[in-house]
Design a protein around this ligand. Structure first.
Ligand code: AGP
Length: 364
């Protein structure tokens, strides 16, 4: 991709639409169908070392941290290694215990975010093995890490990250599949995930094809006093990222919560002027998520659902195509990028340069 606007009014819109090709690119040349495995040339972690990993800790900021949450779930699900993600800044300020059997992964679009870079440097000082999942080739984090995966999203100009978020989540799926296949993921499951990954570009195009509908929904919700975003397990990082997207670009206040946390306090905020965006993949938690919709409705809350089929309890549903459940977070985030974009447009915001923000935060 180039810096040419190609008929789009903003970089954000252009980059959202570039995701079809970008996802195709992150997959290209990396799948080995003979063994249902993945080739990640720059990883610098051999099979013996990968089998010795006891824990994975992912570090990043903002959207990169959110892809880390998706990455940690993928690594636990596919490779059965305990994994979690933490904001890089929090990690480096709390004098963490650095464990030799933990694989640390720094995530960054720019590869220059100061907090993430400082976390990498602290880890290296203490002898940890640190990999990078980075977009910009040759950036500081790419250079300082021991190896890693480039996400090949192409240049991302808009301050608000979209295509890089999606590509990073796909890169994590590849890494999780790679680790899984050298541990105990079956050939059949490897094949299933590979087929799911290959379907993504076409399915992203399908989601983007629904843009007019999402634009109408954005107009309907743009005057909300605040928006609540909820999801359970696979839906939760999607809700967090969508809430960040909306705040950054439209300045509409938004909160993200795990759906099960609503009744522990945030339910008090629900009223008709505070609609909820609920992310409901068709997985084993769907019934629990539907019960959450009932709780919201009982408080006169309006609901916009992102799901694999129409949700009766919701006022509106954006239906996304089905894929393998493990990959649901990748696809379900995309309509919510469009929702943030069209909300900002309806409110007349400066989409590519939201107030008070910089593309990469290279200072402490
Ligand atoms: C994303 O929309 C944000 N602008 C921001 O949260 C960003 O993801 C964060 O600053 C990290 O940047 P990086 O990926 O370049 O490290």
């Amino acid at each position: 991709e180039s810096y040419d606007m190609g008929g789009h009014d903003t970089y954000m819109h252009k980059e959202i639409h570039e995701q079809v090709d970008a996802v195709d690119r992150v997959l290209r040349g990396r799948i080995d169908d003979r063994f249902s495995t993945v080739r990640l040339g720059g990883l610098n972690l051999d099979a013996r070392e990968a089998r010795g990993v006891r824990r994975v800790k992912i570090l990043g900021c903002g959207s990169a941290y959110h892809t880390g949450l998706i990455g940690a779930q993928l690594i636990e699900e596919l490779a059965r290694i305990p994994a979690d993600a933490e904001p890089a800044s929090e990690f480096r300020y709390r004098n963490p215990v650095v464990d030799p059997d933990t694989l640390y992964i720094a995530v960054s679009q720019s590869g220059e975010t100061y907090d993430t870079l400082a976390a990498v440097q602290e880890l290296k000082r203490k002898g940890a093995r640190v990999l990078g999942v980075v977009n910009v080739v040759g950036s500081a984090i790419a250079r300082e890490t021991d190896g890693g995966v480039y996400v090949h999203a192409g240049p991302e100009v808009c301050v608000v990250s979209t295509k890089c978020f999606t590509n990073t989540a796909v890169a994590f799926a590849l890494l999780a599949l790679h680790l899984g296949r050298i541990r105990d993921l079956s050939v059949a499951d490897g094949k299933r995930i590979i087929a799911g990954l290959r379907k993504l570009p076409e399915q992203i195009a399908e989601v983007l094809g629904g843009e007019e509908e999402i634009k109408k929904l954005a107009a309907e919700y743009a005057n909300a006093k605040s928006m609540m975003f909820v999801g359970r397990v696979r839906g939760y990082p999607v809700a967090r990222e969508a809430s960040l997207k909306l705040k950054e670009v439209s300045y509409v206040h938004a909160e993200a919560y795990p759906a099960s946390e609503l009744k522990h306090g945030p339910l008090a905020l629900i009223e008709p002027e505070v609609p909820t965006v609920a992310v409901l993949p068709d997985d084993d938690l769907l019934e629990k998520n539907r019960a959450t919709l009932e709780e919201i409705k009982a408080r006169s809350g309006r609901i916009l659902a992102v799901a694999h089929r129409e949700q009766e309890k919701a006022d509106h549903t954006i239906v996304v195509p089905r894929n393998e459940v493990e990959l649901d977070p990748i696809l379900m985030g995309i309509p919510l990028q469009l929702l943030a974009y069209h909300t900002a447009l309806a409110l007349g915001r400066d989409i590519d340069k939201p107030r008070n923000l910089a593309k990469s935060v290279t200072v402490e």
